[in-house]
Write a protein that binds this ligand. Structure first.
Ligand SMILES: O=P(O)(O)OC[C@H]1O[C@H](OP(=O)(O)OP(=O)(O)O)[C@H](O)[C@@H]1O
Ligand SMILES: Nc1ncnc2[nH]cnc12
Length: 174
């Protein structure tokens, strides 16, 4: 029920950042404390029994709810950042997304083979970003990778790129 309310609160911004893109703006949800608590609590219930050891959040919007959930679960938070932002040695992947191309990086010492990882972002569109992040995480030899987004744009079929993941779970679908 409250997920429907949260969904209704997401702002559509036409033609951002490029003509033809309907941007799903979650700042209208994040500014509401009750909505933020509701999201954190639903994700906590979903992942509390999975044995997660790390949440890997994707810059920049995965840095909003990722650390909130990490704190609630008592696990670590690892940033995946756009190229040139992380200070120590990194590995990287290039990718295409709904509105452009990019390169993401993760620190070489961020994870190890014993980690159980939740890859987290605000939104799954074509899946280009999440698949690139998945490829990075797999390079550490981790056995389990869960994928979570707050919002999934079903018509772009991003989850089809993530069939190898243990599970792809989104709270809200358009
Ligand atoms: O599924 P895809 O087609 O790859 O698109 C999804 C990605 O696009 C957005 O990030 P963006 O690159 O705009 O970066 P930002 O969060 O820093 O604004 C969004 O937060 C996802 O990370
Ligand atoms: N339509 C969209 N709205 C918000 N973020 C996005 N990232 C990729 N496509 C997006």
């Amino acid at each position: 029920m409250s997920l429907e309310k949260i969904k209704a609160g997401i702002r559509d911004v036409p033609d951002f950042p490029h003509p033809g893109i309907m941007f799903k703006d979650l700042t209208t949800v994040f500014k509401n404390g009750n909505d933020l608590q509701e999201i954190a609590s639903m994700l906590y219930d979903k992942y509390k029994e999975t044995g997660l050891t790390k949440i890997v959040g994707i810059e920049s919007r995965g840095f909003i709810t990722g650390p909130i959930l990490a704190e609630k679960l008592g696990v670590g938070f690892v940033p995946v950042r756009k190229k040139g932002k992380l200070p120590a040695d990194t590995i990287e992947e290039s990718y295409s997304k709904e509105y452009g191309v990019d390169i993401i990086q993760i620190h070489k010492d961020a994870l190890n083979a014993d980690d159980v990882v939740l890859l987290h972002d605000d939104l799954l569109a074509t899946g280009g970003t999440m698949k690139a992040a998945y490829n990075l995480v797999k390079k550490f030899g981790v056995k389990t990778v869960y994928v979570n987004c707050l919002v999934e744009l079903d018509f772009l079929k991003g989850r089809d790129t993530l069939e190898e993941a243990n599970e792809v779970y989104s709270l809200i679908h358009f």
